[in-house]
Design a protein around this ligand. Structure first.
Ligand SMILES: [Zn+2]
Length: 190
């Protein structure tokens, strides 16, 4: 796997404090990514420091209650725009609810209930930058899907679903700001 200079702020699972997976299955082949929301009336954390603890809580639930090998998602994103590594790249997720969905698509989950709360511009930017990074890692144009494209579910909520359907428009001002920061500093601050 070629190392790349990442555009997105990406916290690795060790930094978040996730526990080791019970087992790991490589993904069969990557065609794209599925977008999810956490749902369950979850209020998106206002502070970035709170996001990592939500990620840990989701992992605990998936491993202890659902008895899965690890957190179901490959990545998660908070309203701060930070990307959190779940299973990470190359690993088969458990989030799509269908065999083909998990065999061919990575996943990213927004930390909140998008049917009740606003997905921030920074979160949308974070998702777009993550997809840019992954497309460069895999040297592939990603198919970007919603969880509901695989099975009957409201996930990821109408707001995120409509954003995906419209081709994931980036908030223009934010995009210019981010690109300027990357150009001048080599990274950006959310
Ligand atoms: Zn979902």
């Amino acid at each position: 796997m070629a190392r790349i200079k990442r555009l997105s702020i990406w916290q690795e699972r060790e930094e978040i404090g996730l526990v080791k997976p019970k087992s790991v299955t490589p993904i069969k082949q990557v065609k794209g990514i599925a977008i999810h929301h956490a749902g369950g009336s979850m209020l998106p954390p206002k502070k970035q420091e709170r996001e990592a603890s939500k990620v840990k809580a989701i992992q605990k639930y998936h491993m202890e209650t659902n008895k899965w090998s690890d957190i179901a998602y490959n990545f998660l994103v908070g309203n701060s725009g930070t990307i959190y590594e779940g299973r990470g790249i190359d690993i088969r997720p458990a989030s799509q609810g269908t065999k083909d969905g998990n065999d061919y698509y990575l996943s990213v989950c927004w930390l909140g209930d998008a049917t009740k709360y606003l997905v921030s511009d920074k979160a949308l930017m974070g998702i777009n930058l993550l997809i840019d990074d992954l497309e460069r890692i895999y040297n592939l144009d990603f198919e970007v899907k919603a969880h509901r494209d695989f099975k009957a579910t409201e996930c990821p909520g109408d707001a995120l679903y409509n954003w995906i359907s419209k081709g994931r428009p980036s908030p223009k001002a934010k995009l210019d700001d981010v690109l300027e920061q990357i150009k001048t500093k080599g990274y950006y601050i959310v």
